[in-house]
Structures are given as structure tokens and as C-alpha cells.
Write a protein that binds this ligand. Structure first.
Ligand SMILES: NC(=O)c1ccc[n+]([C@@H]2O[C@H](COP(=O)([O-])OP(=O)(O)OC[C@H]3O[C@@H](n4cnc5c(N)ncnc54)[C@H](OP(=O)(O)O)[C@@H]3O)[C@@H](O)[C@H]2O)c1
Length: 428
């Protein structure tokens, strides 16, 4: 009779994701031996509060003592789903140095300390996998590292934050204003009590850092990523977007152009016929362009208990398969180049500028002249009379460098007929 090998793992964290991982591993228990060549036993679950009741979790496994896990040589896989930088970083480093494989969903940590952790994994010939850290349930890290390895990738553009995509969808489809849409997102559990990291683009920025490093084989950290959120988007902007046959999406952009990486997050007008424009509600998607594959898009749930657990458990099964064949650490850090990240002031984009102006002859010419002085070319102008004396002017520019645009805006504000610059939104 064939003896069944058992691999032992520890969970660090048993909240939304950890609870999902525990339940999903339990659901897949019977198939794991066939899928991964061994059965899996969760032998410890690290939490803050061991007395809290956790549905479906064996209470005897709960511990608040990481040493018990670090010093247990029978534990081969550590699944870190507690979040934050410390103590997660120290716990992962200790686990890797003790020869344990690590699976993590921690984008905050990977976006800042990914290189350090991946180096430690390589030195110890163990796996460090983090599929769940970007876009939750959507497979994107493994496709970038493996399936698309035959390509030179140039563009990775994502809607990688479900909260903001939900808010913008409500604003676009139901004419809600930002505050009402945010309240609705909170009610449904899509937004946290403190939504800053989502609505200011920080969460998406962390994912862009990870995507850029993975796609372009060169380290990009969160500090390299320019981030701008969606709080300034108004119903008027949405109305114009519709008029221009566009939607407004918070896009995370990672591009390589002329041996430089561009990495930023900002709301953008996106043509309605772009595949990312169809991504509605709390769904996420990542659009990739490679020289061989052309365009590919990955779509799905970017967060939540089971979608995120799906990515974590997929990684755990990969580790188990690698263990079976003695090849852990096979696909580690892919950063074999050092490509500079372009300063955001030098990045080029088209801009949508909405302003209130005095309605009299010659105003448009004065504004166009000021823009021209700063190398800003105009591709579209719409003017609507609001009152007899004032008008709303919308200008869409051609591609222009960020610093030319911001200098032009500073000077426009000083122009006598310009009463207010109401919105400045980049256009994809
Ligand atoms: N939620 C999602 O949809 C999602 C999606 C993708 C990625 N992620 C990532 O997954 C990770 C976990 O997120 P989550 O939403 O599951 O968080 P969560 O619900 O807040 O759960 C965190 C868990 O970690 C435990 N914990 C936190 N700090 C600890 C410490 N110092 N010592 C021991 N235990 C500690 C907590 O213990 P107690 O239960 O005792 O408080 C809790 O069980 C984060 O890195 C997050 O960015 C989450």
C-alpha cells in the first residue's frame, strides 16, 4: 500500500483571507494528494487573539506564539495572511532562513521589501510565492513570470482596486456623487472604515510596484510609483466623459519606454471601446501587451475571502509540487536588470482640463496661446455657456510632459479671464 506523505503548514493570520484559506484547504483535502502528491495539514494558526471564536477553525491550533512555528522543523510551509510590514517581514525572513517555503498575500510588504525577501528565499532555495498580493483571485504574477516569459512586455495596465472601481461605476451608471458612492461601498463592505489607502490610490500603487518589477525584471518599489486618487472626480467630469464616449477609471500603469520604466496610478478618461472600460463594479482586470502575444487581459475578483484564498491555495499547491520534485526556489526573483524609473514629471499623457472662464471674444485664443507657450497642443475644445457672462471650457490636449502641463496650469490660473480650473484629469 502506498503511504501518504503529509506536508505540514502554518497559517499566520486567520482573518478574512486566512479564514478563507483554512476553509478552502479543508474543502480540497481529499483531492490534494492527487493534485500535489501529498496531503496538507495545518498544524498551527497564529493570531492576535486566541480567545476569539473562529468558525470552522480547530481552536487547538490557535497560538499567539510565533516561536512555536519558527522552531518547529516539521512545518515546511508558512502562509502569511496577517498583513502589514512588521512583524510580517521579520516572521517571513525567519521562516525562509529556517528553510521553510512562504506563501503571502501581503502587497504592502512585497511592494517595499520584495527584493530582500526574494533574495532570502533564493539563498535558502525555498519558494516565496505571492500571487494573491496583486488583484486577489486573478492569476497575474504567475502568467507574467511564466506563461508570458517568451515576450518582451511593454505595458501592464490595471484596474487593481475594487473599491474605487465600484465607486466610479456607481458615479457613472447611477449618477451618484463621490460621497454617496463611497457610503454605499462602505455599506456593502467594499470600502473600509478608513478608505484612504483605496481612494487615494495607495493600494493600487503597491500593486503597480509589484507588477512593474515582475513584468520588466527590474526592482520598482512603492516609493517609485506616483499615486493620485479619485476624490476630485465630480459628476460634471463624468458627464463630459460620457459625451466624449469615454469612462473614467482609476488606472495603475506600468510601462517600459526607451529603457525607462513608467509607474503611476491616477484616474483617467478611457475610451469606451478599450477592454478595461467594460470592467464594472468591484471587479478588477489587468491588461498586458507583449511583443509576441499582442494584447491579453486577465479579469476577475480582486479581493474577498474565497477569491483571495483561491490564489493563496494555488501557491500552496505549487510549493507542494515543487517539494515533491525537490525543486523549491525554482522560480524566484526575476529581477536580472536595473532599469531606471522615469521621474513622473517627465511622463507624457493627454489631459482633460475643465475650467470656468469669462465669456467674451478672444478668451479662447488667450488660453490656447498660453498653453502653446508651454508646448501643450490642443486636440479638442468644448465650450458651454453657463450664464450670460461666464462659460465652461473643456480642453483635451495632445500628449504632453507632466511638468509642461503643470507649469501651463500655474500660468493659466493667473490669466485674467480664467475664473477657476475645476478639473484636470489625464486621458489614456
Ligand atoms: N481581504 C482581502 O480581500 C485581501 C485581498 C488580497 C490581499 N489581501 C492581503 O491579505 C492579508 C490579510 O488580509 P485580511 O483582510 O485577511 O486581514 P484581516 O481580516 O485583518 O486579518 C488579519 C489576521 O492576522 C492576525 N494578525 C494581525 N497581526 C498579527 C500579529 N502581529 N500577530 C498575530 N496575528 C496577527 C489577526 O489576528 P486576530 O484575528 O486575532 O485579530 C487576523 O487574524 C493582507 O496582507 C492583505 O493586504 C487581502
Amino acid at each position: 500500500m502506498k503511504t501518504q506523505k503529509t506536508i505540514r503548514a502554518a497559517l499566520l493570520g486567520c482573518g478574512t483571507v486566512g479564514g478563507g484559506v483554512y476553509k478552502l484547504l479543508d474543502r480540497r483535502k481529499e483531492e490534494l494528494a492527487d493534485k500535489a502528491g501529498a496531503s496538507l495539514e495545518i498544524s498551527a494558526v497564529l493570531v492576535h487573539n486566541v480567545n476569539k471564536k473562529r468558525e470552522g477553525v480547530d481552536p487547538s491550533l490557535l497560538t499567539d506564539d510565533f516561536e512555536r512555528i519558527a522552531n518547529d522543523p516539521s512545518i515546511d510551509i508558512v502562509i502569511e495572511v496577517m498583513g502589514g510590514i512588521e512583524p510580517a517581514r521579520t516572521m517571513i525572513l525567519r521562516s525562509l532562513r529556517a528553510g521553510k517555503n512562504v506563501v503571502t498575500a501581503n502587497k504592502d510588504l512585497i511592494a517595499v521589501h520584495g527584493s530582500e525577501l526574494l533574495s532570502a528565499a533564493r539563498e535558502n532555495k525555498v519558494d516565496l510565492l505571492f500571487e494573491a498580493a496583486v488583484a486577489g483571485g486573478i492569476p497575474i504574477i504567475r502568467p507574467l513570470k511564466q506563461c508570458l516569459a517568451g515576450n518582451e512586455l511593454s505595458d501592464v495596465v490595471g484596474i487593481v482596486n475594487g473599491t474605487t472601481n465600484y465607486i466610479l461605476t456607481k458615479m457613472f451608471e447611477e449618477n451618484m456623487d463621490f460621497d454617496a458612492a463611497l457610503e454605499k461601498a462602505k455599506e456593502l463592505g467594499y470600502a473600509e472604515a478608513d478608505p484612504t489607502a483605496d481612494i487615494e490610490g495607495l493600494d493600487a500603487g503597491r500593486k503597480v510596484a509589484i507588477l512593474a518589477s515582475t513584468a520588466f525584471h527590474s526592482p520598482v518599489v512603492f516609493d517609485d510609483v506616483y499615486t493620485e486618487g479619485i476624490t476630485k472626480i465630480s459628476s460634471s467630469d463624468i458627464k463630459y466623459a460620457k459625451e466624449f464616449d469615454c469612462v473614467i477609471k482609476l488606472l495603475g500603469i506600468a510601462r517600459e519606454r526607451q529603457e525607462q520604466i513608467e509607474a503611476y496610478v491616477c484616474p483617467m478618461l478611457l475610451p469606451a471601446d478599450h477592454p478595461l472600460a467594460t470592467v464594472r463594479g468591484s471587479f478588477n482586470a489587468v491588461f498586458v501587451h507583449g511583443d509576441a502575444v499582442d494584447d491579453v487581459m486577465f479579469y476577475g475578483r480582486g479581493a474577498g475571502e474565497f477569491p483571495t484564498a483561491s490564489a493563496v491555495v494555488g501557491d500552496v499547491i505549487d510549493v507542494m509540487r515543487n517539494m515533491e520534485y525537490g525543486c523549491t526556489g525554482r522560480i524566484g526573483c526575476g529581477c536580472y536588470r536595473s532599469v531606471p524609473v522615469k521621474q513622473f514629471r517627465d511622463v507624457k499623457n493627454k489631459f482633460f482640463i475643465r475650467m470656468q472662464v469669462i465669456n467674451r471674444p478672444g478668451v479662447l485664443a488667450a488660453i490656447a496661446g498660453e498653453l502653446g507657450r508651454h508646448k501643450v497642443s490642443i486636440s479638442k475644445v468644448v465650450q458651454k455657456v453657463i450664464t450670460k457672462g461666464s462659460a465652461e471650457l473643456v480642453i483635451v490636449t495632445e500628449d504632453v510632459k507632466e511638468y509642461h502641463m503643470s507649469e501651463a496650469l500655474e500660468d493659466l490660473k493667473e490669466l485674467e479671464p480664467v475664473q477657476e480650473i475645476s478639473s484636470v484629469i489625464r486621458s489614456y
